[in-house]
Design a protein around this ligand. Structure first.
Ligand code: ZN
Length: 249
């Protein structure tokens, strides 16, 4: 297999607190804006790579906080969704987007089938194999998948008022309890499948792993301006942890 990563670059994914005792398994698909050196920033400038098109700003801080606070394992991707989006079904165009938010991604515009396959083999597959390996060791525990994402405060001109949202596909029971427990601590409305629902055929991580292990799967979406610093992200981590603990009392 040809090499993409240099010896000083991190692997495709990381696992924290692998043997954590919580029944929550945390996932962070869009944790990083890192691009392999060999890809030369995909032809984007530093500001574009720092922006939300490359990653979910603040999401990894929240996920790390929750991992420690709940004693929960966390699997996260170490590379940008512009390299390959670990939460997109393989047949979708935006798996390796040629544009994002009207910004062209030059290095993604003329990819060969082989180059697409190499991205999958080096980044997408190892991340999902790591999630699968972790879940396969937890057969005696009932697990819940909790994936942490973040969203932009505005989409085009549309304001997105929710600071946090509980999003799901099938699991309406646990997600409703979590939403109510969080709402009890907050004055602003908690989003209910807004701004996104989890959708089979679009999203990959929760539908695929949730169905294979027949476990509930919830996506938490947090507005990026709420978690722009690590201190603010930790505070949201505490709000989520407190809601989770309360609903399990
Ligand atoms: Zn995301």
């Amino acid at each position: 297999m040809s090499h993409i990563l240099m010896s000083d670059e991190p692997p495709a994914f990381s696992v924290l607190n692998e043997h954590g005792q919580s029944n929550v398994v945390l996932l962070c698909d869009h944790a990083s804006n890192r691009v392999p050196k060999q890809f030369r920033g995909l032809g984007l400038d530093a500001d574009q790579l720092a922006s939300h098109i490359a990653w979910d700003i603040g999401a990894l801080w929240v996920a790390r906080y929750l991992s420690e606070r709940l004693d929960a394992p966390l699997v996260f991707s170490n590379y940008s969704r512009l390299v390959i989006d670990c939460n997109r079904c393989l047949e979708r165009e935006d798996l390796i987007p040629a544009t994002s938010a009207n910004i062209a991604i030059p290095a993604n515009e003329q990819l060969t089938q082989e180059e697409r396959l190499l991205r999958r083999i080096h980044f997408f597959d190892p991340y999902h194999k790591a999630i699968d390996a972790l879940l396969s060791t937890r057969t005696s525990q009932t697990s819940l998948l909790l994936s942490i994402h973040s969203f932009t405060p505005f989409l085009h001109t549309q304001d997105r008022p929710w600071p946090i949202a509980v999003c799901y596909e099938n699991d309406s029971v646990l997600s409703k309890r979590l939403r109510i427990a969080m709402q009890a601590q907050l004055s602003e409305a908690v989003g209910d499948n807004e701004p996104y629902a989890v959708e089979e055929g679009i999203d990959y991580t929760l539908p695929i792993h949730g169905a294979k292990y027949d476990i509930p799967a919830i996506m938490l979406e947090i507005r990026q301006d709420e978690i722009a610093t690590e201190i603010a992200a930790n505070s949201w981590g505490e709000t989520i942890a407190a809601a989770w603990t309360k609903m399990n009392d």
